[in-house]
Design a protein around this ligand. Structure first.
Ligand SMILES: [Zn+2]
Length: 315
């Protein structure tokens, strides 16, 4: 199910109907927007056996069914092993592409978090893009396109994804029979990211985690360095939550910055008094550092404790 992204969907549906689907796409935009889900839906759409495009994907033809069950023989999915998409994975992809399709019109590939393709793998993907074979569709999904070779970028059709308007998220939550209270809280906390809304709905502890993290930040900005370093150590000890924590931080400091700017323009906003006393330029520096820390810990093997300590020194 796609939540939001209507323009992209209509555009690609039209392209598919005209039979003009390119060999390769790059789906780019922030994490948790539903890019991978969208890619899968597009693949279902172009392979659905129904002649009438308006009812595709139909969900009950052989192709739709095989996708639904996750056993489609002409579909290949790649995602990083830890922080790397390795050459051995791309070799398997190449041998998959050399086979004839079994039931689908288009053989299809999704490479998720494609920015984690290492150099050797990127070279190999480039070769695939340079010599497309038969009816295939390859979709690279990424939040960091700047990490891909420009030669790859120039060979793919780029589709940009943006945060989804709140009413779209609310519509989804209603369809899932969320309570009125959940509807309000979750649509607010998801920041236009359908993936977050789904997570919050499935696992209520994620909401509490977000609220707890915000409380911790407001405590942290007033604390001494010793306390901050202890906190860095604690954060580094939960690598699976690190990206999420830093994303919450980013939102928090962006919110503080917006309120500060508003105050400089309008003067005397009562909210501002309770906020940490950073200047606008300092807040911008902090935001940059949170972004680069998040990038480093999620894409490289940097020592997370060290990276976090550097961040703490700036707070
Ligand atoms: Zn179908």
């Amino acid at each position: 199910m796609i939540i939001g992204h209507k323009k992209q969907w209509q555009f690609l549906k039209k392209t598919a109907e005209l039979g003009k689907i390119p060999h390769a796409f790059l789906f780019l935009g922030p994490s948790q927007l539903g890019k991978r889900t969208f890619a899968l839906e597009l693949i279902k759409l172009i392979n659905c056996e129904k002649k009438d495009f308006s009812i595709r994907p139909c969900l009950d033809c052989q192709n739709c069914q095989s996708f639904k069950k996750g056993i489609h023989p002409d579909f290949f999915f790649i995602e990083p092993i830890e922080k790397d998409i390795q050459i051995s994975q791309i070799r398997k992809l190449r041998s998959f592409l050399s086979l004839k399709s079994q039931i689908a019109q288009y053989k299809a590939v999704i490479i998720d978090r494609a920015h984690l393709l290492n150099k050797q793998s990127q070279n190999s993907v480039l070769k695939i893009l340079e010599e497309p074979k038969g009816k295939t569709i390859l979709i690279l999904v990424t939040e960091h396109p700047e990490m891909l070779f420009p030669t790859i970028i120039s060979r793919v059709e780029k589709i940009k994804f943006f945060p989804v308007p709140k009413p779209e998220i609310e519509k989804y939550l209603k369809s899932q029979k969320a309570s009125k209270k959940d509807l309000e809280i979750i649509s607010h906390l998801s920041w236009g990211k359908p993936g977050r809304a789904i997570d919050f709905l499935r696992d209520p502890s994620k909401k509490e985690f977000q609220e707890k993290t915000i409380k911790e930040i407001s405590k942290l900005v007033k604390a001494n360095l010793n306390f901050k370093f202890q906190y860095a150590k604690k954060m580094a000890g939960q690598p699976q939550n690190l990206k999420e924590i830093l994303e919450i931080w980013l939102r928090y400091f962006r919110g503080v910055l917006l309120l500060k700017i508003k105050e400089t323009t309008y003067h005397g906003d009562s909210n501002v008094k309770s906020l940490p006393s950073y200047s606008v330029s300092k807040l911008k520096e902090i935001l940059k550092l949170i972004q680069s820390t998040s990038f480093l810990v999620s894409t490289t093997n940097v020592n997370p404790k060290l990276a976090l300590e550097i961040l703490m020194l700036e707070l």
